[in-house]
Design a protein around this ligand. Structure first.
Ligand SMILES: [Zn+2]
Ligand SMILES: [Zn+2]
Length: 490
């Protein structure tokens, strides 16, 4: 298992407010964390900063805390079913920090007690005042396990990497133009991110190929679907042979990404899964950024959740092409939006409709009778090759904004381009009070049940499988087919 810490930009700001002292001395404080368990990564998500009360810490060049402070916050963490983080600053430090002898002894001395009270390992973190970098380790049986990264997530994504756990990749001569856009340091940080593309149809395939060309070392592609003849006017690079043989879409992506990749040792992970399945969800939790390139409401709702609950920013995009009853084109608009703490979610900005999500979950979204009875519209699913590149371009520009933050600014409200008016606009997105997606950023494995529930998913997949085959499979067989389709073959 790999280990990582993540926090929202709001938590990062609250911690820096305390640890960045004007007098240049070190400081220290505690916080609580929840857990996000992926297939190959455990993330500790900082949920709340618990500042010391009067007398609970002493600043004297170095900083020390009292045992009472640790006991008090450990009890708070235990009551929330969370773990405890101890954080201190190195005011002049730059980058990932090692543990000094006194740091080691102090954290180790509390680790057994904290583990006993909270049932979770003590996490130790160091803040580098010179460049706002973070480093992290956790304590198991008196020894530190070093984390791979610390992610600060919001309208920007800033990751401090542990160079010994995930080495900075050498930039290649093929990447000279890319490096000239944002510099070698950022290129190395971006190239180390694990990026997942969910849905590799017209838009996702283009996104995945361009991520590979940029030099990103590890890219995952997730899709349980296969190529059909009607995909070929939008999946650029899928061949007639692919359509005839029903090649899985992720294998077409693999072939084209391998050709385009500029990283020295690119890793392309193929996930023959739906993100709505428990396996798909756990796989997604291993990634640092997710591209949402699907049009169905349920998977988009799942990703909308992860942007907040698990602090994994999601970049969502979609297109609408409207036609007159006679089949002529009326207009088109496409829209792109990043989902992360501090920016409104897809539900608040009207991009997903919860009754549609419920129908999709129940496997009824393809049933025209149910749709009209519920007074809903089917989600738009048409896209054309001449316009899909506009959607992928808009999503990739959001990725650059999120990771490079040119001009110091990150992602903002949703963007919409209206073709007939030749007009691009910011949409006013306001987080609704009590929004179920945004109300508890960093809740991790305690995320809303509608994401992790497995029963209706199997039924929905079985219903869809029946529909695709155009005859009624016996239910048990349909379930078998559905579960076979999502088996991750890698
Ligand atoms: Zn220290
Ligand atoms: Zn919301």
């Amino acid at each position: 298992m790999r280990h990582s810490v993540a926090m929202s930009v709001q938590v990062d700001a609250a911690l820096r407010e305390h640890l960045d002292r004007p007098d240049g001395q070190e400081d220290i404080c505690l916080a609580t964390y929840s857990v996000s368990t992926g297939r190959t990564r455990i993330s500790r998500l900082i949920t709340q900063v618990e500042l010391p009360a009067t007398g609970e810490r002493r600043v004297h060049g170095n900083a020390t805390i009292t045992g009472d402070y640790v006991l008090r916050v450990a009890a708070v963490a235990a009551a929330r079913e969370e773990g405890l983080v101890i954080l201190h600053s190195h005011p002049g430090g730059h980058g990932w920090q090692e543990l000094s002898g006194p740091d080691h002894d102090a954290e180790r001395s509390y680790s057994h007690l904290v583990q006993r009270i909270t049932g979770l390992p003590l996490v130790g973190m160091t803040y580098s005042g010179g460049d706002q970098a973070w480093s992290a380790r956790e304590w198991v049986i008196g020894s530190p396990i070093w984390h791979e990264s610390v992610r600060v997530v919001g309208n920007t994504l800033r990751i401090t990497w542990n160079d010994t756990q995930r080495r900075p990749p050498a930039t290649t001569v093929e990447q000279i133009r890319t490096v000239s856009a944002w510099g070698e340091q950022l290129q190395q940080d971006i190239a180390r991110m694990r990026v997942l593309v969910v849905g590799v149809g017209s838009v996702g395939l283009d996104v995945a190929i361009r991520l590979a060309a940029t030099g990103i070392q590890h890219i995952g592609v997730m899709d349980y679907d296969t190529v059909e003849p009607l995909n070929r006017d939008r999946m650029i690079g899928a061949t007639r042979k692919d359509a005839r043989r029903k090649t899985p879409k992720v294998e077409v992506a693999d072939r084209l990404m391998t050709t385009a990749a500029t990283a020295r040792c690119p890793e392309i992970a193929l996930h023959y899964l739906s993100i709505c399945s428990p396996e798909g969800l756990a796989t997604a939790l291993d990634y640092d950024v997710i591209f949402s390139c699907v049009d169905r409401p349920w998977p988009r709702a799942v990703m909308n959740t992860l942007g907040y609950s698990d602090l994994i920013p999601v970049i969502d995009g979609g297109i609408n092409i409207d036609t007159f009853p006679n089949g002529c084109m009326q207009g088109a608009s496409w829209r792109v939006q990043a989902v992360a703490p501090g920016v409104p979610c897809l539900s608040c900005s009207g991009q997903i409709n919860m009754p549609q999500v419920a129908l999709d979950r129940a496997g009824l979204l393809d049933d025209a009778n149910y749709i009209s009875q519920a007074g809903l519209h089917s989600p738009a699913s048409q896209n054309v090759a001449l316009l899909s590149a506009s959607v992928s371009a808009a999503q990739l520009a959001q990725f650059v904004t999120l990771t490079v933050s040119p001009g110091g600014r990150g992602v903002y409200s949703p963007l919409r381009y209206i073709l007939a008016a030749h007009h691009q606009e910011h949409l006013d997105g306001i987080s609704q009070p009590g929004c179920r997606f945004e109300h508890r950023p960093g809740e991790g494995d305690k995320r809303s049940e509608f994401v992790s529930n497995t029963g209706p998913w199997i039924d929905a997949m079985a219903a869809r499988t029946r529909k695709r085959r155009n005859f009624a499979l016996p239910c048990a067989l349909a379930r078998f087919v559905a579960s076979a389709r999502i088996t991750d073959r890698k």
